[in-house]
Ligand binder design. Structure first.
Ligand code: NAP
Length: 506
């Protein structure tokens, strides 16, 4: 019984969408900014329209924050900072745990909401609710384990105390591709550590964050601890917040160019920064791999979230002796995918986020083909309602093709070949990114060598999905700084203080 429940939580609930109707759900999502525990209109009026990428229809109009609204939100976070930092860790933990429980009760609502505003299939949205919710449970457990140390200095003349303290008000910026998990992965540890926050979700998918703020309110979170600003002018609203000397930290998930510009702005006030940026994950299949398992892993690593994941396998680097068999097997599976609106039963590939995403996937495929690649299946945008792209496999991709350098962020699987291990490592590391890599081999020593040789913050060794709230998620090189989740995650929101005291016996 318990096992069933755990399985249910970890995999996301299956079954019909009982009770939740689209209309009632959208009506239940707040349309205001959430500042100081109040749902308020934006100072300049106006509204931000949120669209359904599966049909182009407006889902809801919500408040469009101005720069002054952003500062009001920071005012509220600053006002609540001392009392939240002084709140007992157990109380902070209980609120996060309550939020986790409420998320289980509302999992169908969150899943439907994400499918509507982002386009992912409902089954995957349920998986994201399970994954995103876990950060609330994990950090509810971590909140009470913040610790320090006390010891004698080597000279014996004093006592050294090392203690951990909340960094203070934080600004959290999240992307559109995982609207819930990217929010809980930041808000969970921030709250557990005793920090107050201003959250700015992406303009394309703000409804999930607003609905989550409502959940936090229902879980008993005090006013001002979490504040949410939704806006169509992210730069204009963010800049004054980042420039404000009361802000202590910025945590960003999104593209590398925007992350770099935010780091430059953060430098003016020497802000703590956590950056979860872009990726260009290699997926290396050695000649000794179990090919069926590699194909299974490839489908997950590539097509989960319609390929719109920073951890998505971007380059399939396959040994020349098994490349043809791998391509044939993977193509057969991809041909069986069902494309359509994420709310429909059995859909595996939903709508891409917008026209630009479709155009980008298409231009990367066209460039690869113009340089000699072969399209095995797909390769076209789908005409008609919504922003859909055919699930695609291209093989024989030539060095120098754009698809090997840029994040595809769409349902396109691109295959290149290699001759030996050194060659595979060279190709895999030939990118400025360093977030994620996948390796399939049955040779243990080779797998261990890959752990040491591939320049990424995370690796899937014979698996196609690695994300877990208990693990430190993050990249190296231009994929970012800092880690989210795991024991490491809370330390992004804590600062270390060292205190010297005299030897009490002297
Ligand atoms: P993005 O364009 O960089 O946007 C990310 C967030 O930054 C959004 O909230 C966006 O708001 C905001 N933003 C954009 N310009 C800004 C500015 N000048 N000042 C302040 N905020 C600004 O990225 P995206 O297209 O949404 O997301 C896809 C990218 O995220 C990919 O590169 C992907 O790899 C990366 N990603 C990384 C991770 C990770 O953990 N490493 C996880 C998920 C996604 P608006 O959209 O409203 O302007």
């Amino acid at each position: 019984m318990l096992n069933d429940k755990v399985k249910d939580v970890l995999e996301g609930a299956k079954g019909a969408l009982e009770k939740v109707t689209e209309k009632a759900l959208l009506a239940a999502v707040p349309s205001g900014l959430y500042i100081g525990g109040e749902w308020v209109a934006g100072e300049q009026g106006g509204d931000l329209k949120v669209y359904n990428p599966a049909n182009g229809e407006v889902l809801k109009s919500i408040a469009d924050a101005s720069p002054a609204d952003g500062i009001r939100a920071l005012d509220a976070a600053v006002a609540a900072a001392d009392s939240w930092a002084a709140t007992a860790p157990r109380v902070r933990a209980e609120i996060l745990r309550k939020a986790f429980d409420l998320m289980q009760e509302r999992k169908e609502e969150f899943a439907l909401l994400m499918t509507l505003e982002m386009g992912k299939p409902l089954a995957e949205a349920r998986g994201e609710v399970a994954y995103g919710g876990e950060f609330l449970r994990w950090f509810s457990e971590e909140a009470v384990r913040i610790s320090g140390r006390y010891g004698t200095n080597p000279e014996g003349t004093g006592r050294m105390i090392v203690s951990q303290h909340p960094v203070g008000p934080c600004f959290l910026i999240t992307p559109w591709n995982f609207p819930l998990a990217m929010a809980t992965r930041k808000i969970g540890p921030a709250l557990a550590a005793g920090c107050t926050v201003v959250v700015k979700p992406a303009a394309l998918t703000p409804l999930t964050t607003l609905y989550f703020a409502k959940l936090l309110e229902d879980a008993g979170l005090p006013a001002g601890v979490v504040n949410v600003v939704t806006t169509s002018t992210s730069g204009a609203v963010s800049d004054p917040i980042i420039a404000d000397p009361r802000l202590r930290k910025i945590s960003f998930t999104g593209s590398t160019p925007v992350g770099v510009s935010l780091m430059k702005k953060a430098a003016d006030n020497v802000l703590r920064t956590s950056m979860e940026l872009g990726g260009n994950a290699p997926f290396v299949v050695f000649e000794d791999a179990d090919l069926d398992k590699a194909v299974e892993g490839a489908l997950l690593a590539k097509f989960r979230n319609i390929g719109e994941a920073c951890t998505a396998a971007n380059r399939f680097i396959v040994h020349e002796s098994v490349a043809e068999e791998f391509a044939a097997k993977v193509t057969e599976k991809v041909k069986a995918f069902k494309v359509g609106p994420g709310v429909e039963d059995g859909v595996t590939i939903g709508a891409l986020i917008d026209d630009r995403a479709v155009a980008k996937a298409n231009s990367l495929v066209q460039d690869a083909v113009s340089r000699g690649a072969t399209v095995r299946t797909g390769g076209n945008a789908i005409e008609g309602e919504g922003t859909f792209y055919e699930p695609t496999v291209v093989s024989d991709v030539r060095p120098g093709s754009d698809i090997l350098r840029e994040e595809i962020f769409g349902p396109v699987l691109a295959i290149v070949t290699f001759k030996d291990e050194d060659d595979a490592v060279r190709i895999a590391n030939d990118t400025e990114y360093g977030l994620m890599s996948y390796v399939f081999t049955q040779d243990l020593a080779r797998g261990q060598r890959m752990i040491e040789r591939l320049e990424t913050g995370m690796m899937g060794l014979n698996v196609g999905v690695v994300s877990n709230a208990a693990a430190p998620f993050g990249g190296i090189k231009q994929s970012g700084l800092g880690r989210e989740g795991g024991f490491e995650g809370i330390h992004e929101y804590l600062s270390t203080k060292y205190t010297m005291t005299p030897n009490p016996f002297a």
